[in-house]
Design a protein around this ligand. Structure first.
Ligand code: SAM
Length: 219
């Protein structure tokens, strides 16, 4: 369910962003539709709304950024969501990707360690019309055991290694995308659970802010 008022603004700019993503190689129509249905201007500071539909990362306060749309698109394609999944997102940030995920799955659980960011994200998510989203302020490296197991886990900050609680909370056949490396540069890693076996695939370079927490970096 998408709020029509927010979507009636910046329609042309949003359509051009979808075309840019398509021209850049994003072929999954469900992913492109999610971008078309998500009002990104709600998730950037008011003074930056005129730049909301550029394919670029933008500052959102508290030293954090809303990631580049083409980065979101690539990650969403890699997760191969079919609409029935229970998804855990670690690092809500602006809440934009949370809403993209909400269009592609049945339920999204998202954790952000910074209470101020989460408060703003909560308002924007509500205004966007997304209703299948649950939010928590806290350390996402611990996961959200109460609602586990998750069919997909998306970590949007760079980790030194796989947080064991997240691996434990991955469902059979579940996929986790997580950037792993040092504080500046990581390798995007796709972890898939097959029974007790974990399959790990390197999906290329990534640059994210540090994942700070008990199973991440010290603050
Ligand atoms: N995808 C987000 C968006 O669209 O706006 C951007 C996420 S930003 C690159 C990474 C976020 O992870 C930051 O907001 C940061 O505060 C958060 N973060 C870092 N460590 C965390 C942790 N242990 N638990 C939850 N959130 C964390």
């Amino acid at each position: 369910m998408v709020d029509g008022t927010a979507l009636s603004q910046y329609t042309g700019a949003r359509r051009r962003l979808v075309e840019t993503l398509h021209d850049g190689g994003v072929g999954d129509l469900n992913v492109l539709r999610a971008f078309d249905q998500t009002p990104r201007h709600l998730f950037v500071p008011t003074g930056m709304r005129h730049r909301a539909y550029e394919d670029s990362a933008l500052p959102i306060g508290n030293g954090q950024t809303i990631s580049q749309p083409s980065t979101h698109a690539r990650y969403l394609e890699l997760l191969h969501l079919t609409g029935s999944e229970r998804v855990l997102e670690v690092g809500t940030g602006s809440g934009y990707q949370t809403v993209l995920l909400s269009h592609l799955s049945s339920q999204v659980f998202s954790i952000e360690r910074m209470g101020g960011l989460l408060a703003r994200a909560r308002d924007a998510i509500r205004e966007s019309g997304a209703r299948n989203v649950s939010l928590l302020t806290g350390d996402g490296t611990l996961g959200w055991r109460e609602y586990s197991p998750f069919d997909a886990i998306l970590v949007t900050a760079g980790a030194p290694s796989e947080p064991p609680p997240l691996v434990e909370q991955l469902a059979q056949g579940g996929r986790m995308l997580i950037p792993i490396g040092d504080r500046e540069e990581q390798r995007l890693t796709l972890v898939t659970r097959h029974g007790e076996t974990l399959d790990r695939r390197d999906m290329g370079p990534a640059r994210f802010v540090p994942l700070v927490g008990m199973h991440g970096w010290p603050s």
